[in-house]
Design a protein around this ligand. Structure first.
Ligand SMILES: O=C1O[C@H](COP(=O)(O)O)[C@@H](O)[C@H](O)[C@H]1O
Length: 251
């Protein structure tokens, strides 16, 4: 696990989205050059969606071979297929419908009108099996080594759907959890756990706007093993905070 997070502060939200898009395209193209394939874990939320829009708009977007990219999600709102509040629906509209991904390599979390119905625990367990199948035998926590895992940071320091003080954040023996009482709507969600997040080579945390400044300051001051989800999110090789000036408290 990387020791000290690195912090990059951008002038404003728009510059942050475009600079992060350029950074991500380069990281994924580098991974494909080295290994022939790459993987990324997407996040929902305002900053995650701004990044996806910036990727779609980038003149360099085809530096990545989208058909040789595995796409996963860090969390999902457990809602019907196509619901506009699902992170996967938003990603499809912002980016995935515009680039040539391989459907077999796009791994959305289940929806509430799918095979598991209202049984969100079964949905989370299914996603853990998908991860384990992709990771292969012997992978720690049954999770692939993702190249880049993206996380938005909530004003309460939540990342993915891991909320401070909630059981899902404490889970250490599984790669996914079902969340049934999220303090942010909708209450029912599926999330990767802390060990699954920590299996990524690089973890990038995105935060923009004044309402995130307190969460950013608290997370950067906290220990990785405390009750601050954003502080617990660390990559194996690199943990990178990507901020705008407002979230950094330097506006
Ligand atoms: O509900 C969620 O919130 C977080 C943060 O979202 P933001 O809009 O405050 O940036 C997001 O990262 C997560 O994926 C999403 O499900």
């Amino acid at each position: 696990m990387s020791d000290s997070p690195e912090v990059v502060v951008h002038r404003d939200t728009e510059v942050m989205a475009h600079a992060t898009a350029a950074r991500l395209l380069t990281a994924l193209a580098d991974a494909q050059a080295a290994r022939g394939t790459a993987s990324v874990v997407l996040t929902g939320g305002r900053n995650g969606n701004a990044l996806l829009a910036a990727l779609a708009a980038s003149p360099a977007r085809d530096a990545v071979d989208w058909s040789a990219l595995d796409l996963w999600w860090g969390d999902e709102r457990y809602l019907p297929d196509g619901d506009p509040d699902r992170n996967a629906t938003q990603a499809q509209e912002a980016l995935l419908g515009k680039v040539g991904t391989d459907p077999a390599r796009v791994h959305p979390m289940p929806c509430s009108d799918g095979a598991f119905g209202a049984d969100v625990a079964a949905a989370a367990a299914w996603y853990a099996r998908e991860l384990a199948a992709a990771a292969g035998p012997g992978a720690p926590h049954g999770t692939p080594v993702f190249d880049v895992l993206l996380l938005g940071v909530g004003p309460d320091t939540h990342v993915a759907s891991l909320f401070p003080g909630h059981a899902g954040f404490a889970a250490r023996d599984t790669s996914t959890v079902a969340v049934t009482s999220a303090p942010k709507p909708p209450p029912t969600r599926v999330s990767l756990t802390v060990p699954a997040i920590r299996s990524a080579r690089q973890v990038w945390l995105l935060a923009a706007g004044e309402d995130k400044a307190d969460a950013v300051a608290r997370a950067l001051a906290a220990q990785a093993d405390g009750d601050v989800p954003a502080a617990a999110a660390r990559g194996r090789e690199r943990t990178l905070w990507l901020l705008d000036r407002s979230a950094a408290g330097t506006a």
